[in-house]
Write a protein that binds this ligand. Structure first.
Ligand SMILES: NC(=O)C1=CN([C@@H]2O[C@H](COP(=O)(O)OP(=O)(O)OC[C@H]3O[C@@H](n4cnc5c(N)ncnc54)[C@H](O)[C@@H]3O)[C@@H](O)[C@H]2O)C=CC1
Ligand SMILES: N[C@@H](CC=O)C(=O)O
Ligand code: NA
Length: 476
């Protein structure tokens, strides 16, 4: 039997041994996030050593151009273009280059020689996560990626660990800071899309190619990662139905405001019934993952998420609804998530007990839009003449799409009504000389196919000049 003093001595010796241990850290990328990670590693070295149980020695920062001007002042001798050499001598690699290659090759090389990896690279994880997780597990190495989804917000670890004993049924959120910043500025200041995008780039929120942000691909990559973890399956970027914000116009935002709503880019991942068995039976379940601009009532909690902030709702069978909120992008906030992973990973290296990287335990089918119903908002420019409303309304009826509300605007005069008003009334209140009216319908839940068929037939009506927008609606 070991005496207390012997146990204390052994513990003190273990602590001493840990304190002396040095982990060589390779940082790949010294841009918006990488430079902040390097700053923290150097400035907080003592505190990090105490928390990690080992000294984290930054061996170098791999960049494209060693001489490029930088916002954060760091010792010049740390910079190198030899990423491969840096990886070869590292115990822990922090990948913040972004993109698929050469990031993928460097991560695999690190894992193959038993080094652990921390990354914020959602594009790579959503495209080829399975290969990386398998390699990590095969080599008893760690692969952590908290920064990859919703920046500083702890969301990966809560889903992977805290909720691993529950059954998550839905994840819904704002997971792209750039597009939220753009939509929010358009909503609050009436700013133009291009000006706001330039500001988001200047503030370090946007991806190197901001197309990934505005076309919804960055949010789609994050949605794929969240769905994979939440439902213990494998979802890749190709499985996500994705629509960005480039078609959202100032008129859409103004119309949303008039209706007491706002437009947000939402990522939605849910377990749904696939075929004969319902979700909840464990059989016949599928996964639907989608990203699209969405109309939300201004009273909805996600409507209050401003600027580059993100928020994620998780619905779980036993926990109920949980909401995670915080900074979704930017150098320092994202570096916080990276450093959390670095300390956790270092502790596990010191303890010699790496966790499992892959969490997929089953293969769930991806469910197509035919199984999903949503409410829609449909905007039309029509000729302002008797009978137009009833002709449009009858097309909705033909396709079984029920109208919840209708609003019309004629020369600045607005009238609102319920489904009955839409179906039964002519566009009363026409101003003298008015020749066109704008109609906005909100439907009850309908399938995408029914809605698409409705819109196609509406477009063919001779009284319809154009369909100005089709947006999904949540929270009504
Ligand atoms: N900026 C943000 O708010 C967030 C970024 N991320 C992710 O973090 C990663 C890094 O993002 P940022 O720091 O914003 O990017 P960045 O474009 O500011 O920096 C990239 C860095 O990697 C280096 N690099 C790129 N390709 C290289 C190559 N082939 N060889 C050597 N060096 C190379 C560049 O020289 C630069 O130092 C990306 O995966 C991004 O998606 C994740 C969450 C938030
Ligand atoms: N470009 C991304 C950065 C964080 O992931 C965003 O805008 O959210
Ligand atoms: Na995060």
């Amino acid at each position: 039997m070991t005496s207390t003093s012997e146990a204390q001595l052994a513990a003190a010796q273990r602590q001493d041994a840990g304190a002396e241990r040095v982990l060589t850290v390779a940082l790949l990328g010294g841009g918006t996030v990488g430079s902040q990670v390097a700053r923290i590693l150097l400035d907080d070295a003592e505190a990090l050593t105490a928390r990690a149980g080992a000294r984290l020695e930054l061996a170098g920062i791999a960049v494209r151009n060693v001489g490029a001007p930088r916002d954060v002042e760091l010792p010049r001798e740390l910079y190198t273009t030899d990423a491969e050499g840096l990886v070869a001598r590292a115990d822990l690699v922090i990948e913040l280059m972004g993109g698929i290659e050469p990031a993928r090759t460097h991560i695999l090389a690190a894992l193959r020689h038993g080094a652990s990896v921390v990354t914020g690279n959602k594009a790579l994880l959503a495209q080829d996560g399975a290969t990386l997780f398998d390699e990590a597990d095969a080599n008893d190495a760690e692969l952590n990626f908290e920064a990859a989804v919703a920046g500083a917000i702890p969301i990966i670890r809560p889903i992977r660990e805290s909720l691993s004993g529950d059954r998550i049924t839905r994840v819904l959120g704002i997971v792209n800071g750039t597009t939220n910043f753009i939509l929010d500025s358009m909503d609050t200041t009436g700013a133009q899309f291009a000006d706001v995008l330039a500001e988001a780039q200047r503030l370090g929120y946007a991806e190197a190619d901001p197309t990934a942000d505005v076309e919804g691909l960055d949010a789609a990559a994050k949605a794929a990662i969240l769905a994979s973890l939440a439902f213990h399956t494998r979802v890749s970027l190709d499985d996500v139905r994705c629509e960005g914000i480039t078609k959202v116009s100032a008129a859409d935002i103004a119309a949303a405001q008039d209706a007491g709503m706002t437009i947000k880019l939402l990522a939605i991942a849910e377990l749904v019934a696939d075929g004969a068995h319902g979700a909840g039976t464990g059989k016949g379940e599928g996964v639907s993952v989608r990203v699209h601009p969405t109309l939300l009532p201004r009273t909805h909690p996600l409507a209050a998420v401003h600027g580059a902030y993100n928020a994620v709702f998780v619905e779980a069978e036993n926990a109920g609804s949980l909401m995670f909120y915080g900074a979704g992008a930017g150098g320092a906030p994202t570096a916080s998530a990276i450093m959390g992973d670095v300390v956790t990973t270092a502790r596990r290296i010191v303890a010699g007990s790496p966790g499992r990287a892959g969490t997929a335990t089953r293969v769930l089918p991806i469910v197509g839009p035919e199984s999903i119903t949503t409410s829609y908002s449909v905007g039309l420019e029509v000729a302002d003449q008797p009978g137009v409303l009833s002709r449009v309304a009858s097309v909705f009826a033909q396709h079984g799409v029920s109208i919840e509300t209708m609003r019309q605007q004629i020369h600045g005069t607005e009238k609102a009504g319920g489904a009955g008003a839409a179906a039964d009334k002519d566009p009363a209140g026409r101003g003298e000389g008015a020749s066109r009216a704008e109609l906005r319908f909100v439907t009850h839940r309908a399938t995408e196919a029914a809605l698409a068929a409705t819109v196609a037939d509406i477009k063919n009506l001779d009284v319809v000049e154009s369909v100005t927008s089709v947006l999904r609606v949540e929270g009504v």
